[in-house]
Design a protein around this ligand. Structure first.
Ligand code: FAD
Length: 428
């Protein structure tokens, strides 16, 4: 069997590795349009925050490591046309035939809105875009970031740390709204309001951009404001680009490909994974677009298990994120209160401000539990602290996945140490 995977990022690479692990006899080929592979999309932020010295270090896998596993890589080559009935792909080099085709072409920081396609906007998901962005950052004092989701907030925070004058523009009324409720985010908002180098415009949508990033000045126009800057970053939602498929595959209105529980698209022997597809929500009776690395990896691995024969249905995701911005660690899993218009039963919430441990009373964690009012089954957890509490979110992710009630969670075996923990009965 010959499996051809288009796209050598998290989804494609993990699909290839799992396919080779399960079926060493299988011919696995990855076609990737870039000359290099394995770039970590937040490489620019890691560099600005001095966690790495060069963008080259922001790599999760090497060409050699994949070739050693027997995976055949065709780099610097784009898939340009698909013939699904005769099972071949046209590329910028040769025609490639397949038995199984896996589409792992991901998404980009370009939305469908007119304004976001302006050539003046910088993006940084790809290495070459990060390199260009880095040059522009070095030359600029005043920088605008459009979008206050996780990537926009991480960038704004890193730029402020680097001494830049940053303007953050967001159409929602507060940052990180997809994963956090406004009543949790208070400590972050107060931290941000004390940053003299940060100006925020919430509830404002960019209407127009004048100028070009290659020129010295850009003007961004929202409903209420006109903002001048030397560089502007687009950090709004990512979306797949389906234009190559020429309507041969079924897709959702949000431009994601339709798949079955085994990642097969509407065409037989053609699978789609990673940021190209929605994932089933473990908590809601529907699927959702959750473009995250852990979803890309897991979708790739499970797809590989189904290529020869459909065996393992994908269980889905509860959406778990963690980040550090403006001096605050934030983590969230499951549903926020704002998601509950999609949930059919009544819910209750509990917000606690607890000390980090019995001894460290002055170090606080704010934590919000959301659960089904009738059954007490846990549905979502959000946390914020100046301390690194990120790893704790995985405990709550497991609790939600296993449909634990909030009372059952309190009775589980948790370690206690006066310096590092609270007695669990004091938390819930
Ligand atoms: C700035 C930024 C930071 C992020 N940080 C995080 C994070 O910290 N944690 C997290 O969970 N998620 C993060 N994400 C989301 C994460 O990047 C994506 O969910 C993940 O990269 C999706 O992986 P993928 O393999 O599906 O697709 P992608 O990573 O988008 O890769 C698709 C690959 O396909 C190739 N390709 C596309 N078209 C073709 C073609 N026609 N022919 C050949 N090759 C092609 C592309 O060159 C690319 O290599 C971040 C996103 C952004 C934008």
């Amino acid at each position: 069997m010959k499996t051809v995977i288009i796209g050598a990022s998290f989804a494609g690479v993990h699909c290839a590795l799992r396919a080779k692990q399960l079926r060493p006899y299988e011919e696995v080929v990855i076609i990737e349009k870039e000359e290099t592979l394995g770039y970590i999309p937040s490489g620019l932020i890691l560099l600005l925050n001095q966690h790495i010295k060069r963008l080259d270090e922001a790599t999760f896998i090497s060409k050699d490591a994949l070739e050693k596993k027997g995976i055949h890589l065709i780099l610097g080559t784009s898939a340009t046309k698909f013939n699904f009935s005769e099972q071949y792909i046209e590329t910028t080099k040769d025609r490639v035939y397949y038995d199984k085709l896996v589409l792992a072409m991901g998404s980009s920081q370009i939305s469908q809105k007119l304004v976001s396609n302006h050539p003046g906007f910088l993006t940084y998901k790809k290495k070459k875009d990060s390199e260009l962005a880095l040059e522009k950052i070095e030359l600029s004092k005043e920088i605008a970031v459009i979008g206050a989701g996780q990537t926009g907030m991480e960038l704004a925070s890193a730029l402020v740390n680097k001494g830049k004058e940053v303007t953050l523009i967001e159409s929602m009324s507060y940052p990180l709204y997809k994963s956090f409720d406004e009543d949790v985010i208070g400590p972050l908002i107060s931290e941000m309001s004390q940053e003299s180098k940060l100006t925020t415009y919430f509830s404002q949508t960019v209407k127009e951009i004048k100028g070009d990033n290659l020129e010295s000045e850009l003007t961004i126009v929202t409903q209420q404001n006109t903002i001048s800057c030397e560089a502007a970053f687009l950090s709004t939602n990512v979306r797949p680009d389906l234009s190559l498929f020429e309507e041969q595959l079924d897709y959702h209105t949000d431009q994601t490909l339709k798949i079955d529980a085994y990642f097969e698209t509407s065409q037989p022997n053609v699978f789609a994974i990673g940021d190209l597809v929605q994932v089933p929500s473990m908590l809601l009776n529907q699927s959702m677009y959750s473009p995250l690395i852990n979803n890309a990896i897991r979708s790739g691995q499970i797809c590989a298990e189904n290529l020869e024969e459909k065996k393992v249905a994908y269980q889905g995701s509860i959406r778990v994120i963690g980040t550090y911005v403006f001096g605050q660690y934030l983590a969230s899993c499951g549903l926020t209160e704002a998601d509950f218009f999609l949930y059919e039963e009544p819910i209750e919430t509990l917000i606690l401000d607890i000390p980090l441990s019995t001894i460290e009373q002055d170090k606080k964690i704010k934590i919000k539990f959301t659960y089904n009012k009738n059954t007490k089954i846990l549905l979502g957890v959000q946390m914020i602290s100046r301390e690194n509490i990120l790893e704790k979110i995985n405990r709550y992710t497991l609790a939600i996945e296993s449909k634990m009630t909030i009372d059952e969670l309190a009775k589980k075996d948790h370690f206690y140490h006066p310096l590092y923990a609270n007695p669990v009965s004091d938390i819930i």
